[in-house]
Design a protein around this ligand. Structure first.
Ligand code: PRX
Length: 646
């Protein structure tokens, strides 16, 4: 694989913020003297009260401490708005493109500052104070960004819930952080279809009496029921408050947001991010890895409900004063040239998306791309899952015209911002590799016996020290935080991913090692899908594993055992799919459901997903160590059934 090396384009080598030598020097300095390094980097923000202490972090088994810039104070919304509105108020902060072609909005820095200030005042009037949680269930509209920044302005903590999640998933996420206020919309629009957001919100709130207020954005204008005393139209609430709101200075370690993500066990985890370190890491990494220069137009395709959008659509770019393209729709509607049309229209310079989207667009060939002038593009990014070399090459050649480096950025909801990523002026690229660590990041590969793998080799991907954007805890469950990330390899943060390091020191992510599957770059816990399936009255038991999927990267394969006397049939299959969609959302829809009269278990009754995953991958013979299977005939029967229906 090492023969496919794409050298730094010469144009970039001379203009980039960080060139080859600078990366080496700065990286070394960031490791040798992280205090001094991050003290300088933190100047990317305006602080109200400068910090005196930079880093107070420990990963020892007795004491995990993660604090950055702890005695400094600042305001994230001031950093993302006011300091740009001051001189460039009439320039665009957001170029919004709606789901329907031709429906656009330009939001200037001043517009956004006013909207955010009004909303902050409206929230304060509803009793929201510093440290309170506010849930946000909105489509990709400027109001979603306003909601996040308005919370930040008054020190409230936002919890954005992906608008593709079901009422039940929303309810769980509101209940966990106990927000008293929800901001939603009448409806969402996606590929021309109406998504009943208010209806879902109403259903979610049925058993959550502590939610006192709901602000409703008019997106489609359709009639939706409003609960008297609880629900208010967003525009009306904003109209009656002043358009100025002084940003509240918060401590660097005060929370900025919580964002839920799936784990290998139990309910989704609320990853809690704080203000100072997160924003320093988001802003510095955005500038370096996309080689952002003032005036660049940045287009990140992620939905506001995911961490990618939090960090590299919203906080990172806006902290740098970047103009962002915000797109509500999908790349394939009305046809698969939609993104390229947007790139041409807005003269996008930096484009950031997920490999799954590239793979799905590749199916439609080069035509839809070639019809558009993409010469404005300078840097392309990839995130969320390993990018296969075919997709990388297509992205590079067809979309990037062979000119644009592909920055393959490895990170997680927990890491807040990128940990492994090329800096495009500093690193030669190898398709499929997230290349090298970002500044201050100390990757380590550990064997299963916890020995450190040196040089070339593979292992469990860990990090030996903290970085500023790191999540500080799981909301309300520090024990789970410590157990999940710090107990497997004491002294290290464990990502849950496997990785390989090649002879040049490049990292290659090999995928999740736990019971988490990555469907189209979105994380799902197998247990979540299993519990949804098991909630159906006909189901005795279910086991869910990932399976290779050409477009999604991984698909969802469910093995289901029905209760005594229930007949296997296709209607039931459809019902089961519906149950999952209702309990979680369409992203968790199983790709394949197979019936199994029993599931393979070990002698203590634990389901052996490892064996099922091999079968799901089409490997019918090689099941690894089967000595633990209590009844080997169970495996043989499942193999037979899967083979018959494949
Ligand atoms: O398995 C890794 C994969 O996505 C996981 C994190 O998912 P999430 O928290 O939803 O955040 C996604 C967006 C940051 C990781 O544990 N992953 C993410 N980026 C990459 C990746 N795998 C390979 N290459 C990447 N660039």
């Amino acid at each position: 694989m090492t023969q496919h090396v794409f050298p730094v384009p010469s144009a970039l080598a001379s203009t980039a913020h960080v060139d080859r030598q600078a990366y080496q020097d700065l990286y070394q300095r960031s490791i040798d003297d992280p205090e001094a390094f991050w003290r300088e980097q933190a100047r990317i923000l305006d602080w109200v009260k400068p910090f005196t202490r930079v880093k107070n972090t420990r990963y020892s088994p007795e004491d995990v401490t993660i604090e950055w810039f702890a005695d400094g104070t600042l305001n994230a919304s001031f950093n993302c708005l006011d300091r740009h509105a001051r001189d460039r108020g009439d320039e665009a902060a957001i170029l919004w493109e709606g789901d329907t072609p031709g429906e656009t909005r330009k939001v200037t820095w001043t517009d956004l500052q006013r909207q955010v200030s009004r909303l902050a005042n409206a929230l304060a009037r509803l009793g929201v104070k510093k440290g309170d949680f506010v849930s946000v269930y909105l489509p990709v509209v400027p109001e979603a960004i306003a909601a996040m920044l308005a919370c930040a302005r008054i020190g409230a903590v936002h919890s954005v819930v992906f608008s593709g999640f079901s009422a039940e998933a929303l309810a769980g996420r509101i209940e966990d952080c106990r927000s008293r206020v929800l901001i939603t919309a009448d409806e969402g629009l996606r590929a021309g279809k109406h998504v009943p957001l208010k209806k879902n919100a109403d259903a979610a709130l049925q058993n959550l009496p502590f939610v006192e207020h709901v602000l409703v954005v008019r997106r489609t204008g359709r009639d939706v029921p409003m609960v008297a005393g609880r629900d208010r139209w967003y525009d009306e609430a904003l109209a009656e408050v002043p358009e100025e709101c002084a940003p509240v200075a918060v401590g660097a370690e005060d929370p900025l947001f919580v964002l839920y993500t799936s784990g290998s066990t139990g309910k989704p985890k609320g990853m809690l991010h704080t203000t100072g370190g997160y924003l320093v890491h988001a802003a510095t990494s955005f500038r370096a890895m996309f080689d952002y220069h003032p005036g660049d137009i940045h287009f990140c395709t992620a939905d506001v409900g995911w961490v990618t959008a939090h960090t590299y659509l919203i906080y990172g770019p806006l902290a740098n004063g970047a103009t962002i393209v915000l797109f509500e729709g999908v790349p394939t509607w009305p046809d698969s040239s939609r993104w390229w049309q947007i790139v041409e229209t807005y003269k996008v310079n930096i484009f950031y998306t997920a490999p799954t989207a590239i793979r799905s667009l590749m199916r439609d060939g080069e035509g839809p791309v070639r019809r558009h002038d993409l010469s404005s593009l300078r840097v392309l990014g990839s995130v969320g899952e390993p990018i296969n070399p075919e997709a990388w090459l297509w992205y590079h050649e067809v979309v990037g015209g062979g000119r644009c480096p592909i920055v393959d950025t490895y990170w997680q909801t927990e890491t807040g911002a990128a940990l492994l990523c090329p800096l495009p002026g500093a690193m030669d690229l190898k398709p499929g590799s997230a290349t090298k660590p970002f500044f201050g990041v100390r990757p380590a590969l550990l064997g299963s016996d916890a020995t450190v793998v040196e040089g070339e080799g593979a292992g469990n991907l860990c990090f030996a020290d903290s970085w500023p954007g790191q999540a500080r805890t799981i909301l309300g469950d520090r024990e789970r935080f410590l157990k999940t990330y710090f107990s497997t390899f004491p002294g290290y943060y464990f990502t849950g991913d496997g990785a390989r390091r090649d002879a040049d020191g490049y990292y290659w992510i090999t995928g999740r090692l736990d019971d988490v599957i990555n469907v189209s770059g979105h994380r799902l816990g197998t247990v979540e899908v299993e519990s949804a399936l098991a909630s159906h009255p006909s189901v005795a038991e279910a086991a869910v594993v990932g399976m290779p999927h050409e477009i999604k990267g991984q698909g969802i394969f469910a093995f289901v055992t029905l209760k005594e006397g229930i007949a296997e049939n296709d209607d039931l299959r459809r019902d089961l799919i519906q149950v999952v969609r209702t309990r979680i959302g369409p992203i968790a829809t199983p790709d394949r459901i197979e019936w199994a009269s029993q599931l393979p278990k070990n002698r203590s009754g634990k389901i052996l997903r490892r064996i099922l995953a091999r079968i799901a991958a089409g490997d019918y013979e090689n099941h690894g160590d089967t000595s633990t299977v209590a009844d080997p005939t169970v495996v043989a029967e499942i193999v037979r059934r899967v083979q018959v229906s494949t």
